[in-house]
Design a binder for this molecule. Structure first.
Ligand SMILES: [Zn+2]
Length: 330
């Protein structure tokens, strides 16, 4: 089956971990393909530490307005080839200020490039601004205030990503509180390599409407029930979870069981480069491992659109496009 033909919705996608070799070599021609494979792509099996080690390879290539524009356009080209109907792209503005751009300028630049790329490629999109678990309270607040400042543009939501040892909640509670007070849509990374305790705490402390990953929860039935009842959407990234050793093999991944239990799950790559996977390839893996076909993918895309950070009009429009697209390919 050629899964490329199926229209897709992806909500969990990191801009700064999705640079193709084409754009990497365009920005820094000294980086060889061999180096790109080693430094930008995670091994098929490693750990969250190893996975996250690849991210900083991208940061020096994303420090000027021109380079931010190039990597944004590059990602949209990849999304167009993968037949994305709608994507939410996330990045941490504070990671792109080492050559003098202000966080405001970083967001302005990626937002403008997104507007242009949506027009050029026909892939609808929104942006999510990330704070990072190792950031301070002040840095998290700067990030969430940027979401508020850019309200009404392609910037649509707030997230927390990355990792650090110890408590990953206390420093960021004020930012999530701010987001909730202002009605800013929130997602939050949870459970990747930290288990169901972290998922439980994320639901209770950050109260996001979606979670990035959130999949290690089957050992606590009351948690699964809570996620299901609250309709918290899980942005599931199977290949990424296998790479980081959250689950041993693809067949051990709980996406199928969660789907069957009625949890709102969607399919995502996490990152195109570090995960070294496209959505079409992820669909093929799900098809081979769990026998998923058009019905499961259609439902997952509907789940994702239901949880997307967009207006009701836009949701309706994309839902109709999704249905029409599926009617054409099945
Ligand atoms: Zn992620």
């Amino acid at each position: 089956m050629d899964w490329t033909k199926f229209p897709k919705v992806e909500l969990h996608l990191h801009l700064d971990c999705s640079l193709s070799y084409k754009v990497v070599s365009q920005i820094d021609p000294s980086i060889t393909h061999k180096q790109y494979l080693a430094d930008f792509i995670s091994p098929a099996k490693s750990s969250l530490v190893e996975y996250l080690k690849r991210a900083p390879s991208n940061f020096p290539l994303m420090q000027t307005e021109e380079h931010l524009r190039l990597v944004t356009m590059d990602l949209f080209e990849q999304l167009q080839k993968d037949n994305l109907l709608y994507a939410e792209i996330r990045f941490a503005p504070l990671l792109h200020t080492s050559k003098g751009l202000t966080p405001q300028q970083v967001v302005e630049c990626v937002e403008a490039a997104t507007a242009q790329a949506v027009q050029d490629t026909g892939v609808e999109a929104r942006l999510i601004l990330c704070t990072l678990r190792y950031f301070s309270t002040a840095q998290s607040l700067v990030t969430v205030r940027l979401v508020e400042d850019f309200r009404g543009t392609y910037v649509a939501g707030f997230d927390i990503a990355a990792d650090r040892p110890g408590n990953v909640f206390d420093d960021h509670l004020p930012a999530f509180q701010y987001a909730h007070n202002k009605g800013i849509p929130c997602t939050a990374h949870s459970g990747e390599a930290r288990g169901s305790g972290n998922v439980w705490d994320t639901v209770h402390l950050f109260a996001p409407s979606r979670m990035g990953h959130g999949v290690p929860c089957l050992d606590r039935p009351e948690l699964v029930e809570l996620i299901r009842k609250k309709r918290i959407h899980l942005e599931v990234c199977p290949t990424s979870n296998i790479q980081t050793n959250t689950f041993d093999t693809y067949a051990d991944h709980p996406i199928d069981e969660l789907y069957r239990l009625g949890v709102s799950v969607g399919v995502n790559t996490d990152s195109r480069t570090i995960s070294n996977v496209t959505m079409s390839e992820e669909y093929e893996k799900l098809h081979r491992t769990f026998g998923w076909g058009s019905e499961e993918f259609y439902n997952c895309n509907r789940n994702a659109l239901d949880a997307a950070f967009i207006s009701e009009d836009e949701r309706e429009r994309l839902m109709a496009q999704l249905t029409e697209g599926y009617q054409q390919v099945i």
